[in-house]
Design a protein around this ligand. Structure first.
Ligand SMILES: *Cc1c(COP(=O)(O)O)cnc(C)c1O
Length: 386
């Protein structure tokens, strides 16, 4: 536990990050990084790693007999890389159910490794068509992995993972899901949601520091992958898992201080509680919508399809609107907003991640309104017809 005296003796400016991660952290998580120097091969550190791996399973209600968690040093993208390059048997294919930027990243990973894949593309503001998913699996019995993204962070759309997983399993494919922007926020039950592998990085739902990521998945499937083609050394799932099982440690040097922050963040996660935390994110999300509605902003994704964490807002048709200027005004006042990730529509994003609550959103919108006024953007904002 972090010493309150130390925390209170420092005054760290509290910035509100409304970008899709890294998220606003508590001071106790920040200060958890300040520890006496320690070699990570010491028992004390190894035992902390063991607790962390157990806690990660608990977040997605995974039975420790069947599932395991494997930690890596890197940002969230490393998990997608590891799952896809490590879990594909020889002469098999990956099916990517792709309706946005993060599934597109999985496609790029396949390209870089030269992995055979099918890119089943859907519009980024539409849910994937499950009949097409099933048809593709039926016609391609060599598909061994189905991969998709839970909350497409680029737009905020929530994909029906339970249904996609069910179809994947019907055709004996392994289901890997990029849950980076839902895990530890929107409740996930690994078994009920038909997930074989899910993943996240410490700096999103868990509100810890960047630099450490983890995969939670089926032990047997990892063990089976032992003899699959080896496409990476540093990013091989079996190798890291095996080392953890034999020694309790990461294969190579872990980001020591970042791991201490993760431990603190996990303690705070369980202290807040799964339902309470999701309720908080939901009230933050609802407040963002309420304020955007008052200003007349339009959403890119249908409200009922949104995952409850990211709002993609369409730029108003006002020549005075300049995202950069609005961003800079907000930033100077302690609030960070983020551009969109959609190629054919100009959007920006406001996210409900992090250690924030309704009052932070109310205060943000005071600043945001000022930013609009200072820049002569009409309120309510204007859109052309259609
Ligand atoms: C943030 C995020 C990632 C990881 O991005 P990094 O920049 O590597 O941390 C991957 N997938 C999704 C869905 C994300 O939201």
């Amino acid at each position: 536990m972090v010493n309150d005296e130390i925390v209170n003796s420092f005054q760290i400016k509290r910035n509100i990050l409304l970008n899709p991660g890294p998220s606003t952290t508590t001071d106790t998580v920040k200060f958890a990084q300040i520890v006496p120097d320690i070699c990570p091969r010491e028992k004390e550190f190894v035992s902390m790693m063991k607790d962390i791996r157990k806690s990660l399973l608990k977040i997605v209600h995974a039975d420790s007999e069947k599932y395991t968690s494997v930690i890596f040093c890197g940002s969230g993208t490393i998990n997608i890389d590891i799952c896809l390059n490590s879990l594909l048997p020889k002469d098999k294919k990956i099916l990517i159910v792709n309706n946005g930027a993060y599934s597109q990243r999985a496609v790029e990973i396949c390209e870089y490794y030269g992995l055979p894949y099918i890119d089943l593309k859907f519009a980024d503001n539409e849910l994937p068509n499950l009949q097409f998913v099933e048809k593709t699996l039926k016609e391609n019995p060599d598909i061994a992995i189905v991969h998709t993204t839970h909350n497409e962070t680029g737009t905020g759309i929530l994909n029906p993972i339970r249904e996609i997983g069910e179809i994947a399993h019907k055709y004996n494919a392994v289901f890997t899901v990029d849950t980076t922007s839902t895990l530890a926020m929107r409740p996930i039950d690994i078994e009920q949601d038909n997930i074989d592998f899910c993943m996240a990085s410490a700096q999103k739902g868990l509100m810890a520091m960047t630099g450490v990521s983890f995969i939670i998945g089926n032990k047997k499937l990892i063990e089976q992958s032992k003899d699959y083609p080896k496409r990476s050394y540093y990013c091989n799932l079996f190798l890291q898992y095996d080392f953890f099982e034999k020694t309790g440690e990461m294969h190579f040097t872990p980001p020591v201080q970042t791991i201490y922050a993760l431990k603190q963040a996990l303690d705070e996660y369980f202290e807040e509680g799964e339902d309470e935390k999701w309720a908080r994110h939901t009230r933050v999300f609802n407040e963002i919508h309420k304020e955007l509605d008052l200003l007349g902003f339009k959403n890119y994704i249908k409200r009922e399809w949104q995952a409850g964490l990211v709002v993609s807002v369409i730029y108003p048709d006002d020549i005075a609107w300049n995202f950069e200027k609005i961003h800079n005004y907000c930033y100077e006042n302690g609030y960070t907003i983020y551009p969109g990730k959609i190629s054919n529509t100009n959007t920006f994003r406001l996210c409900a991640l992090g250690a924030i609550d309704v009052v932070d959103i109310q205060n943000f919108f005071k600043v945001f309104r000022e930013a609009l006024k200072v820049n002569n953007v009409a309120i309510p904002v204007i859109y052309k017809e259609g």
